[in-house]
Design a protein around this ligand. Sequence first.
Ligand code: NAD
Ligand code: UFG
Length: 346
Amino acid sequence: MMKGMERKMKILVTGGAGYIGSHTTIELIKAGYDVVVLDNLDNSNEKVLDVICEVTGTRPTFYKVDLLDYDAVDQCFSENKFDAVIHFAGLKAVGESCRIPIRYYHNNITGTLNLVDIMQKHEVYNIVFSSSATVYGMPKTVPITEDFPLATTNPYGSTKLMLENILTDVFKANDKWSVTLLRYFNPIGAHESGKLGEDPKGIPNNLLPYVAQVAVGKLDFVHVFGNDYDTPDGTGVRDYIHVVDLALGHLKALEHKTNQPGVHIFNLGTGNGYSVLDVIRAFEKACGKTLPYKIEARRPGDIAICYADAKKAKEELGWEATRDITEMCEDAWRWQSNNPNGFCEL
Ligand code: NAD
Ligand code: UFG
């Protein structure tokens, strides 16, 4: 990938101390990129940078900076000549976004507006943006292709859809831009080293970290939100994707879309759907324990079934997920059992 290049490509990873950003930073360093991480540590821990250094032998340059601080972000661009930005930084909890929408809109939208304004000022025109399958709202059918209608049901999802539109307008106004919108399905799993993984604050909202905390004895049982959906076993079906596969999708996007003006949109999923009970069973196998669960009412806003058509990324980026649900659960368990209290242990 780097053959024939005079210098390493320099990448700014916003939100690089977070769950997906940290795994992507590791893969970028391993592939020979020069990586700078910018994060305000609002939902992450500085110890992640030590782990990245331990795993790769390289410590990325770190800016503890908030994207809302225009001057500090501008300063970071003055000190570095970036080739591209991978933009993970954002707030991501659906329920919280309904309680404090203004904070979500301000952080995610204003933060991104600052970033793209500063990028343009410094003539950095390549951005890879973390979007989400949430922009498909309540899809009428599955699998979901990139041209499905878009709609959102909560402020978090609305920030993603608005940012997709904003970045598209930025390209329309200046066709030097290469904008890659990556719509993630459900990222789970952890780094195979067991040293890095998802570390949610408080009680997890998402299924996999909740199941992992039941397995490690921090929570009593899994709440299964509904078993009366129109799915094979009645529980919700999702396209779970290993976080390292997801990380590698970003490298493929950089490889194929850097300096390719346009708006490039890809689903990053496996194309397979697993039910809540499938996930509990796979995790039981990984941890060697029976995991108690209770069937409860549906969670408001949830959809029955969601999985990707992942063909476009395969055809255009040469990317496909290779890690299956067993590996996702084994890696998540290694991380959770080694670090029952996440990065607070380290
Ligand atoms: P995360 O919370 O672990 O990482 C996000 C990082 O961004 C955190 O380290 C946080 O401190 C930082 N951040 C937030 N606001 C910031 C700001 N204003 N300035 C600087 N740093 C800031 O989340 P994640 O799971 O790694 O998600 C990364 C991206 O992918 C997010 O944009 C998220 O919306 C998107 N996404 C996540 C999922 C998922 O299920 N995890 C699914 C689809 C899309
Ligand atoms: N579920 C439970 N019990 C739990 C948590 C979840 O039964 O304790 C069920 C849900 O009802 C759903 C499935 O497990 O059927 C997955 O739920 P998650 O909360 O793990 O994930 P979602 O699909 O609801 O949402 C996630 C992210 C969103 C993102 C979306 C699409 O949280 O931000 O994937 O990418 F938009």
